[in-house]
Design a protein around this ligand. Structure first.
Ligand SMILES: Cc1cc2nc3c(=O)[nH]c(=O)nc-3n(C[C@H](O)[C@H](O)[C@H](O)COP(=O)(O)O)c2cc1C
Length: 226
């Protein structure tokens, strides 16, 4: 084989290899884009499912037949339609939900926050039925100490369920405190600060509901996606 033939054969082989590498790279890129899209969709669907579960935990399914996620509205420091916004303690805009059964408002799920936690803010969700009674409370975000303040988490203790069914009517103002402050609610052994903060926040949410009941139950604000 002459030098010219050898060099042209080498160039041809190189072109073929480059093409193969390019095709493989393109294939990998397409696969990555596809996997990324699929993963994003799965993460979003898991996020919505977990949100749905949290909502059903604070407002039982028997009280609503609507999709709570599509009956949401925003509450926060700047919400103008509501009185005494400070009672919810919100430092930022958060999502609230309206529950309906056969088209009638049966309750709301409100976000609330307290800055009085042992380790900073505690964010909670509370379900309140139209009659003003609590259907459930759950801690959503906090930095409380594992084994102490973290007992506000339902997976560590049933303490957070001690609010269920209570209302401003059955529990007078002076009893919305932990027992060591003369109230009705237990504290944890060696950890009074966290439950004290949560009891205060829950009481504040009940007062907020009472002050804004009519607006809240009338499908307030513009409904937004979760
Ligand atoms: C390292 C450490 C972490 C603590 N974490 C918490 C906590 O998460 N929640 C809480 O209420 N108290 C926590 N405590 C205990 C509080 O400092 C306080 O002693 C307790 O809440 C009782 O408060 P009281 O004296 O007002 O009843 C912690 C203490 C220490 C030393």
């Amino acid at each position: 084989m002459s030098n010219t033939e050898a060099s042209s054969s080498f160039a041809r082989t190189m072109r073929q290899h480059s093409l193969q590498v390019a095709i493989i790279a393109l294939g990998i890129a397409v696969l990555l884009v596809f996997t990324n899209k699929l993963t994003k969709a799965q993460i979003e669907s898991q996020r919505l499912e977990s949100r749905r579960q949290s909502l059903n935990a604070v407002l039982p399914q028997r009280l609503h037949d609507n999709d709570l996620l599509s009956a949401s509205f925003q509450l926060g420091p700047g919400s103008k339609d509501f009185m005494q916004m400070e009672l919810l303690g919100l430092s930022t805009q958060r999502t609230a939900y309206l529950a309906t059964l056969n088209g009638t408002a049966t309750g709301v799920i409100l976000p609330l926050e307290t800055a009085e936690g042992y380790a900073g803010p505690i964010v909670l969700l509370i379900g309140i039925a139209a009659d003003g009674s609590i259907t459930g409370v759950r801690a959503m975000q906090h930095g409380e100490t594992p084994g102490l303040g973290s007992q506000i988490n339902i997976d560590q203790s049933q303490w957070i369920t001690s609010f269920n069914q209570h209302s401003l009517t059955d529990t007078p103002e002076t009893k919305w405190r932990v027992k060591s402050d003369g109230g009705n609610f237990d504290e944890f052994v060696g950890a009074t600060i966290t439950p004290r903060a949560v009891v205060g926040a829950v009481y504040g949410a009940l007062l907020f509901f009472e002050a804004n009941k009519n607006t809240l139950l009338a499908a307030p604000g513009q409904q937004e996606s979760p």
